[in-house]
Ligand binder design. Structure first.
Ligand code: 1GP
Length: 250
């Protein structure tokens, strides 16, 4: 069953052609600073906040960060967990994902099995998502033990994406890795979108400008994620507005 956060994202994509998510890692700044960043991102037109990180995004820091973001921005918070410890009860939703090109059962199903009862207990909205990591992959590629998709092999990315769709996952996230020098190649985005059709395609990793985000949306991306760009920008509202105004209403 589709829940309210997923419905909201689908509505934004339907109306504007694309949505934007701001990724905040609780390990990178204080909860207060995370709240301020989220408020500025909301003012810049971001649609929801993703909270997660490969290392240290857990416990009190995670809960306090989620609380501050919700209070300051009024936006929905979607958890983006690297494992069971990335779950908390005060978020709205969780990308309930399997890292399809991981070599490790931990990231394919074990964390998900251990996390599922907590998702239920916390009444989090699970958003079923296929997660596929492309070169260079960054920290998440290493931690997730991913067999990285080569950048010049769009057909491999499309095959994994289609497998995710056939499993019933309603979103596919192609990830270049946080802080990547370049985003996922446009040809790969286009090949994956051709395979997916109506299944929503999320692209993240290495997106630092409105121009880059627009090119990815023109190729078929529907949800753009930015983390590092937001973290490093001196004016979060302006940076987020640059991205949102470049991708919406194309
Ligand atoms: C990481 O794709 C996201 O999961 C965001 O990447 O930090 O490079 O924006 P950046």
């Amino acid at each position: 069953m589709i829940g309210p956060v997923e419905e909201m994202l689908a509505t934004v994509v339907g109306a504007a052609g694309a949505a934007h998510l701001t990724l905040i890692d609780p390990d990178t700044q204080s909860p207060e600073d995370a709240g301020r960043m989220a408020k500025a991102a909301a003012e810049g037109g971001t649609d929801a906040i993703m909270v997660g990180g490969s290392v240290g995004a857990a416990g009190r820091a995670l809960e306090d960060t989620v609380a501050a973001i919700k209070e300051e921005s009024g936006l929905s918070v979607i958890l983006f967990p690297s494992g069971v410890s990335g779950l908390c009860s005060n978020a709205d939703a969780v990308f309930f994902m399997s890292l399809l090109n991981s070599r490790s059962a931990s990231y394919l199903i074990e964390n998900q099995a251990l996390g599922a009862p907590l998702v239920y207990k916390y009444s989090l909205e699970p958003i079923p998502m296929a997660y596929v990591i492309v070169e260079p992959g960054g920290t998440v590629g290493w931690v997730g033990d991913a067999k990285l998709i080569p950048r010049n092999k769009p057909e491999l990315a499309a095959a994994y994406a289609l497998a995710g769709k056939y499993f019933g996952m309603r979103m596919v996230y192609l990830e270049a890795g946080s802080g990547a020098n370049e985003p996922v190649p446009r040809q790969m985005v286009a090949a994956v979108k051709r395979a997916l059709k109506e299944t929503l395609l999320i692209i993240g990793g290495g997106i630092r400008s409105g121009e880059a985000a627009r090119a990815l949306v023109a190729a078929g991306a529907e949800i753009i994620v930015t983390g590092t760009g937001v973290e490093r920008s001196e004016n979060v509202e302006d940076f987020v507005r640059e991205i949102t105004s470049a991708i919406k209403g194309l």
